[in-house]
Design a protein around this ligand. Structure first.
Ligand code: FES
Length: 118
C-alpha cells in the first residue's frame, strides 16, 4: 500500500478530485491514470500512435496502525526502520476511548479551538 502525491504531474490538479478505477487513480482534468507505484499507465485521449510519456508521480510508504493510515514523507529507504509514534490509547478494547492531556496556551482562544477541533 502506498500514498500518491496529491498533485497531477500534468497540470498540477489535485488527484484527490479524481477517481479510483480498480487500483489506479484517474485525474479529473484530462484523465491521466496512475498505477499504485505512481506510474502513468493511461490517458483518456488519443496519442496519435505515440507511446505514453514515462512519468511517475511521487509515492510514499504507508503503514496502518491505531485505525489510522500513516504515510512516510521522508526518504522511502528509511521508512521501515523509522518507528511510528507510540499512542498508548490507540490500541486495545478501549482504543481511543479518551485522550487526556493538559496544555497552557499563550494564544487567543479561537486559535486553540481551531487547532484542537480539526
Ligand atoms: S491535470 Fe491531470 S491529467 Fe491533466
Amino acid at each position: 500500500m502506498r500514498a500518491l502525491d496529491d498533485r497531477c504531474p500534468h497540470r498540477g490538479i489535485p488527484l484527490s478530485h479524481g477517481s479510483v478505477e480498480g487500483n489506479n487513480v484517474v485525474c479529473l482534468y484530462h484523465g491521466w491514470t496512475f498505477d499504485p507505484e505512481g506510474q502513468l499507465v493511461g490517458t483518456k485521449h488519443d496519442h496519435f500512435g505515440k507511446k505514453l510519456p514515462n512519468i511517475r508521480n511521487r509515492t510514499y510508504p504507508v503503514k496502518e496502525r491505531y485505525g489510522l493510515v500513516w504515510f512516510f514523507p521522508g526518504d522511502p529507504a528509511l521508512a521501515e526502520r523509522t518507528p511510528l509514534v507510540e499512542i498508548p490509547h490507540g490500541d486495545g478494547p478501549d482504543a481511543w476511548a479518551s485522550l487526556s492531556f493538559a496544555y497552557t496556551w499563550q494564544a487567543h482562544h479561537s486559535m486553540v479551538i481551531d487547532n484542537l477541533a480539526t
